[in-house]
Every structure is written in C-alpha cells, then in structure tokens.
Design a protein around this ligand. Structure first.
Ligand SMILES: Nc1ncnc2c1ncn2[C@@H]1O[C@H](COP(=O)(O)OP(=O)(O)OP(=O)(O)O)[C@@H](O)[C@H]1O
Ligand SMILES: [Mg+2]
Length: 360
C-alpha cells in the first residue's frame, strides 16, 4: 500500500536511534529481538522472544531519543492501550524504558495477516470479498470501537494497516485493532487523561491534521486544534473502511502528483463518495444506507457512536447469520490460508499477566 498517505505533522526525528540488530538481548526483562516487523514514522516494531516466559511478544520502540513531547505521547499510547481491554484489541503486556535503548511498548504478538495484505491477496482486480466476511469484520471492529469510545478515546487512525485478521479453521477469522499512536483523549486535561497532541510541519490550508489521508473525516482535516475530532470521526473512517472492503479501494484516492495527501483530504471535505450501489450490485439496501450515513460529511448526521453503527450492521447480519454458520471454512471459494508456522511461534501461549508501568 505504498501510495497511502499517513498525515501526521508531529515532530520528525533528527535524533533517531540506530536499529536494534537481530539477536540483541534487552535486559533486565530479558527480551531477544527476532526480527523487524513494522517501521512507522515514530516507532519501529520488532518481534521478540520473552526469554523468561518462553513466549513471543511484540516490542514497539520509540524512534527518537530527545523529544519529551514524543516520549509523553508514546507513554500515552501505552496508557490508552492499558485501558481498552477487549478481545478485538491488541493487548498491552507492559511498558519499559532502558537507558541505552529507549522506550518500549510490549504487546501480544498477533500472528495473522494485515487486512490490507488480505484484501490485496484475495481480491485481485475485479474480485470482491463476500458480504458475510465484510459484515463480520465490521461487527468485530465496531465492538472494539465501542470500548474505545466508552473510555473517552478516539482511535483516529482506523485503516487496514492497523487491523489484523487471524485465520481460524472452524469459523470466520478473528479480528484485532492495533496502533493507538495518534489516538485522541476526549476531555482535554481532565484528571486521568493526557494532553492533546500538538502538531506542526504539514499544512492543509492553515490547518495541521493528524490521521491517514484516505480515511480522514472532514472535521479531522478542517477543525483547528483537532477540536472536532470525536467518536463520529472514527465512524467516518469505519464508513471508508466499509467502502474499501466492499470494493477493494478507498472512496477517495490521490491524483497524480499529490505527494502529501492534500488532494485526497480536499475530496473528503468537498466530494461525494462514488455510489456504492453502482459499484456492487449485491449490497442490501440497509448496508448502502449505513455506509452513506457513516460517511455523511456532517458529523451530526452520522451514527453517533460505534454502538449505533453496530446495531445497524447487526440488523443486516441477522438474516445472513444461518449462512455464516453453515459455511464456516470457505468464504465463497476464498480459503483463508492458515498462517505460516515456519518462522514464528503461536500467539496462544502468551501468558496474560498484569504488568505495571515501570522504569528500570
Ligand atoms: N502486536 C502486533 N502483532 C503483530 N504485528 C504487529 C503488532 N503491532 C504492530 N504490528 C505490525 O507492525 C506494523 C506497525 O505497527 P503500528 O501500526 O503499531 O505502528 P506504526 O503504524 O508504525 O505507528 P506509529 O505511527 O505509531 O509509528 C503494523 O502495521 C503491523 O504490521
Ligand atoms: Mg500503524
């Protein structure tokens, strides 16, 4: 998904830490680095062995070393994860800081396939994901979002790259939402919450939006100081995701030469999304209506939160449910392959344990 535009005008990293070589052992935990599995603007993500427990974990490491703002922001990401406990959300296992190596989030290893990779693999040009799988993914994500919104957070970066599918032999895949790196805490600086993000560098008009251009709601682009970013902002992104699952592409994509995503953002603000009924003819009326409602440019007209969107989706899933139960293994001919077992250990063995925030 090289063309997708992550818009996040936070501070950049002239002070980036050098990569951790494979085999590095971080003490006193101890964790051993197995391989790099992700590389974002703010952090590098590693698969690692927890040598005490004999399990695989994921370590997300803050890239820079001298920015107090980014350290605070990274710690806040961990604190948000600690609060949003749900079977469809990646689980935090710990957070630690090492003098020589920096800041780390420890989380469960999700041994699955990223949603963007899955869609590209099973939906080459012209092929479509089965409706029942789409509804299943939407339901699972909306359940996760319900917990996030109930805790007064807005995820703000719902997109396929932050979603994993875990293949199951006897049912539709499990779904996990990840990456609270740009989540917003509602209620500002009230006790128990964390200060809002400040932003700079990338400009849209005189504004500084945060998020991923293809999935950004108009208010995420247009409101000063991110004031307008509310649970309804995630609802819009879920609408975009629904469109993407139905068609294999997001509703608004970059025109040639749009290197920083401004052109996509302008479309979110001004253009109507393409008519889904024309692009796909098997969509129940209720689903097309829900998509329109979720992607309404006026926040007040959208589903107000994940719970509302979820009930609308469940009304559509209800009648389809017997079909889902009857055909658990194949998805209209698309067998979801079991994940590879050659290079990685199963996730199931990760022990759940309370891990306090600590600074050795
Ligand atoms: N717990 C996990 N299990 C398996 N893979 C993961 C896990 N966490 C992250 N990844 C992989 O690493 C990639 C990057 O992780 P993540 O989305 O958290 O960070 P990022 O997008 O680089 O964020 P940031 O902007 O905060 O630097 C994911 O897209 C996914 O492929
Ligand atoms: Mg991410």
């Amino acid at each position: 998904m090289s063309g997708w535009k992550r818009i996040d005008p936070g501070p950049m990293f002239p002070d980036a830490r050098p990569e951790l070589p494979i085999g590095t052992v971080l003490k006193p935990e101890p964790y051993r680095i197995v391989q790099k599995i992700g590389d974002g603007p703010y952090s590098v993500v590693y698969l690692a062995d927890d040598l005490d427990r004999g399990t695989r974990v994921v370590l997300k490491r803050l890239r820079g070393q001298n920015s107090p703002e980014l350290m605070k922001r990274f710690e806040r990401e961990a604190r948000i994860m600690k609060k949003v406990v749900h079977r469809n959300i990646v689980q935090l296992l710990g957070y630690f800081i090492l003098k020589d190596f920096g800041h780390f989030i420890v989380m469960e290893y999700i041994k699955g396939e990223r949603l963007d990779a899955f869609v590209e693999r099973v939906c080459p040009l012209g092929k479509q994901l089965p409706l029942k799988l789409i509804l299943h993914i939407m339901e699972n994500l909306l359940e996760a979002l319900e917990v996030i919104h109930d805790n007064n957070f807005v995820h703000r970066d719902i997109k396929p790259q932050n979603i994993m599918l875990i293949a199951r032999s006897d049912r539709l895949p499990d779904v996990r939402l990840m990456d609270f790196g740009v989540a917003k805490v509602l209620g500002g600086n009230a006790p128990g919450t964390y200060p809002g993000l400040t932003s700079r560098n990338i400009q849209f008009g005189n504004l500084f939006p945060i998020g991923s251009a293809e999935f950004m709601a108009p208010e995420q682009i247009e409101t000063q100081d991110h004031e307008g970013v509310l649970p309804t902002t995630d609802i819009y992104a879920m609408g975009v995701l629904l469109f993407y699952l139905l068609t294999g592409v997001p509703p608004f994509v970059a025109d040639e030469g749009d290197v920083n995503g401004c052109n996509i953002m302008a479309k979110h603000v001004k253009n109507d999304p393409p008519n889904i009924r024309i692009l796909r003819d098997d969509i129940p009326e209720g689903l097309a209506g829900s998509l329109e409602k979720a992607m309404d440019k006026r926040q007040a007209r959208r589903f107000w939160n994940a719970k509302e969107f979820l009930s609308a989706i469940r009304e559509i899933t209800g009648p389809l449910l017997p079909v889902i139960v009857a055909e658990p293994r194949t998805l209209r001919g698309f067998q979801i392959p079991r994940p590879r077992t050659d290079s990685v250990a199963p996730t199931g063995s990760v022990t759940q344990r309370p891990m306090p925030f600590r600074k050795p």
